[in-house]
Design a binder for this molecule. Structure first.
Ligand SMILES: *Cc1c(COP(=O)(O)O)cnc(C)c1O
Length: 303
């Protein structure tokens, strides 16, 4: 895997006296999106060093992580298996863009019921998977483990030391843990959960090496992969004004939250804020598919 480039892009030059920039991690790889690239990096090296040739992981039918593992597997010569929530997909997944992309990368699927999916971390279930598929390197749902956090520690660079606040979206907590661990002692990390759940703080505490972080759960927008017309309208306006695309599941909620908090004077007047664009843009097509069925306004997109 190679990193093309990372850059910080100003969002608004003078916004309530605050400096607001976004780190375009969505641009570091064409298919292995943003933080998923960081989370996979050391796991792929570990797979090679264990002499394994197969990656197996879990996810929902529109998962950024599934798409990233499929693409990374293809690029690095690993067989990939995606254990996907939703047995009804066994009969075909139609024009689901995520699963079609993953399948084209060579990923094989194991579609399981929601009930089975809940057992996915148990020893019995994993043994059964090994019987069915042979030996594999297991990557947890969302990709978070110690090696993933290590990779995410590389998101912040020396040139980011000037910022006072680092903001990111939170799913399983791996990305924010990496940011927390590599931040400077004057910096504070603010996470915006994309889903409801009290388990998140505990998860982050398992990995984080300091306490300079906070979760803001006022911008969950109803739950994981839920959407609102207000959020869609915001993402489209932001794209028109900045040419920066945001995804509806993670980064859209985070940027909405940061701008709302600036308006509400959460940040000091001269604050330097860095938002991390963790990618996830492959999710736009899938969301538009759902929005179209409901005759709702669609997300604008680049290409
Ligand atoms: C997966 C994902 C996240 C969440 O990352 P975690 O490490 O699971 O907290 C955030 N943003 C995007 C775009 C993602 O795809």
């Amino acid at each position: 895997m190679r990193i093309l480039k990372t850059l910080n892009q100003p969002v608004f030059s003078s916004f309530y006296g605050i400096s607001l920039e976004i780190k375009r991690e969505d641009l570091i790889h064409p298919f292995v999106s943003g933080n998923k690239f960081r989370k996979l990096k050391y796991n792929l090296l570990q797979t090679k060093s264990e002499d394994k040739d197969t990656l197996l992981t879990f996810g929902g039918a529109f998962s950024n992580h599934i798409a990233a593992v499929a693409a990374a597997g293809k690029e690095n010569g690993f067989r990939t298996i995606g254990v996907i929530r939703g047995e009804e997909l066994r009969n075909g997944f139609g024009d689901n863009p995520t699963l079609n992309f993953a399948s084209n990368c060579g990923m094989e699927f194991d579609f399981i019921s929601r009930e089975e999916y809940r057992k996915k971390t148990t020893q019995d279930f994993i043994l059964q998977l090994k019987k069915n598929w042979g030996d594999f390197y297991l990557i947890p749902e969302g990709g978070t483990n110690d090696l993933a956090v290590l990779g995410c520690q590389e998101i912040l660079e020396e040139s980011d030391a000037d910022f006072d606040f680092i903001c990111c979206s939170v799913g399983t907590g791996g990305t924010i843990s990496g940011l927390i661990n590599s931040s400077k002692s004057h910096q504070k990390i603010i996470g915006f959960p994309a889903l409801n759940g009290d388990f998140l703080k505990e998860e982050i505490r398992k990995f984080a090496t300091n306490e300079r972080w906070e979760l803001i759960d006022d911008y969950v927008f109803g739950g994981y992969a839920k959407h609102s017309t207000e959020l869609i309208t915001f993402i489209n306006r932001f794209f028109s004004e900045t040419s920066i695309p945001l995804d509806p599941v993670y980064t859209g909620k985070m940027v909405f939250g940061v701008i709302d908090m600036i308006r509400n004077n959460y940040f000091p007047k001269d604050a330097k804020i860095l938002m991390i664009h963790t990618g996830g843009l492959q999710g736009i097509d899938g969301m538009n598919m759902k929005l179209q069925k409901q005759h709702s306004p669609l997300l604008l997109k680049d290409v």
